[in-house]
Design a protein around this ligand. Structure first.
Ligand SMILES: *Cc1c(COP(=O)(O)O)cnc(C)c1O
Length: 453
């Protein structure tokens, strides 16, 4: 192994940093393409050997073979799934975090990092209008964020049931058909029953429909209600205010999954859509989606973090020095113990750029999504499927079969022109754009739509 003073290591450090620097300066970034296991095996050869292949060779393998076989998620015409378009400041600072050997799970070990993460969480809590005592943690993603929130909700609901002394054990979660697949996954993990709530005519979860479902099953059997602020497939924001009203009536925990759509809280032009979010008990937003942070980063916030702490704190003799202190330990607020200080790249970028630039960048993506919507309306061969709330646009190409959509998508990727994959709704295959990259231009959109003529 190399010591810190080894000159070879010094050279390697330079070449790693040079690579990172050059990647950050690439304009345009290549979209790249997936390769088969055989292709990669053949081109990369054997890289793990008893003697090691050395730094130069390993960097070459990455640069020449592995990296080109990974799509650039920050490409402006990467509009599939929910992309990620980190600011350069955030990405650069990720290198610093990696180089700093910070443990982000406890105050004792990482107080400086935890302080900055908490200031970042506070900014997000303020966007949502949560009270002063709100707090939380950056988790790896929305899936773990949602699971952690629901585990805290269950802890709270069972404590309430114990107080009532009626012997009940709440085990149900209510969510709409538009809720993300991670909610069903969390219910599987928790052995909770997911109860679907019908959508209204505009495909939103509403208090009225929720009230009927709670009455049917008995409100005391519910651990939580999950509302979605920005469904992943269509970007639809549920009617949060009426949902919050019904949750308050019954004393049920309201979790808002804003993994994708939460960034819209920063955009004045659409802030009104989120009215009611300030009444939630917990919510998540993934800065690695529409808030310009690199993977992996989900902000999880609780109205009352003491509940989450009671639900999540791991206890062990070797951890007593941490758990017996009154400190704010991030590991106490989610599933998972060891954690990277993954909120720091976002913190740094916010500190450098200021929050106004974040608002402007989110607004820019909304403008480009509006252009996409207008272009679709203008073109006779295309048809919008549902009115747009945020920056997801779903549309059909009249006359196309599922095979046509897939062939079109494959061709765009093979030509490294764009990454746009079809989605489905009610069994129908459709085209879908998710715009979260402020570098995506109206010309990018029209260029892609032209390929569907
Ligand atoms: C993406 C998404 C998730 C899951 O988040 P990951 O970070 O991918 O785990 C959950 N809910 C919604 C609404 C999402 O869009």
């Amino acid at each position: 192994m190399h010591s810190h003073r080894d000159p070879t290591l010094h050279d390697l450090g330079r070449s790693v940093l040079r690579y990172a620097d050059e990647r950050l300066r690439l304009d345009p970034v290549p979209l790249d393409r997936p390769m088969t296991p055989e292709e990669l095996q053949q081109r990369a050869g054997r890289t793990i050997t008893p003697d090691g292949i050395g730094g130069d060779r390993a960097m070459d393998v990455f640069t020449e073979v592995l990296a080109p076989a990974c799509l650039s998620i920050d490409h402006p015409r990467y509009l599939a799934f929910i992309p990620c378009a980190p600011t350069n400041e955030a990405t650069m600072f990720d290198l610093v975090v990696a180089a700093s050997s910070i443990y982000g799970g406890s105050w004792l070990e990482g107080s400086g990092a935890v302080h900055a993460e908490n200031e970042t969480l506070r900014w997000i809590a303020d966007l949502a209008g949560l009270p002063e005592q709100a707090g939380g943690v950056f988790t790896p993603g929305g899936t773990i964020g949602n699971l952690s929130a629901l585990v805290a909700a269950r802890w709270s609901a069972r404590r309430e049931a114990a107080r009532r002394g009626d012997g009940s054990r709440p085990y149900r979660v209510a969510a709409s058909a538009g809720a993300h697949s991670s909610i069903a996954s969390a219910c599987e993990v928790m052995d909770a029953e997911l109860v679907p709530v019908p959508l209204d005519e505009s495909w939103r979860l509403t208090g009225e429909n929720l009230r009927a479902v709670l009455a049917e099953h008995g409100p005391e059997s519910f651990v939580a209600v999950v509302a979605t602020a920005g469904t992943t497939n269509f970007g639809i924001v549920d009617d949060l205010d009426s949902i919050a009203e019904v949750c308050a009536e019954h004393g049920i925990w309201l979790h808002v999954d804003a993994a994708y759509g939460g960034a819209g809280l920063a955009a004045p032009s659409i802030r009104e859509r989120y009215v009611g979010i300030e009444r939630c008990d917990s919510f998540i937003v993934d800065p690695h989606k529409w808030l310009f942070a690199p993977f992996d980063c989900c902000a999880l916030l609780y109205r009352d973090p003491t509940v989450a702490r009671a639900a999540h704190t791991q206890r062990a003799g070797y951890l007593d020095v941490l758990t017996e202190a009154a400190d704010w330990n991030p590991a106490d607020y989610s599933v998972g113990l060891t954690r990277r200080a993954r909120g720091l790249p976002l913190w740094f970028s916010l500190a450098v750029n200021g929050t106004d630039r974040y608002a402007a960048a989110v607004e820019r993506t909304l403008e480009v999504a509006a252009v996409a919507e207008a272009e679709i309306a203008r073109r006779p061969e295309l048809e919008l499927v549902h009115e747009r709330d945020l920056t997801v646009v779903v549309f059909r190409r009249l006359g196309w079969t599922a095979a046509d959509y897939h062939a079109w998508s494959d061709r765009l990727l093979a030509e490294e022109l764009a990454f746009v994959v079809p989605t489905t709704h009610d069994g129908e295959t459709l085209a879908r754009f998710a715009v979260v990259n402020p570098e995506t231009t109206p010309e990018d959109i029209t260029m892609i739509l032209d390929t569907m003529a």
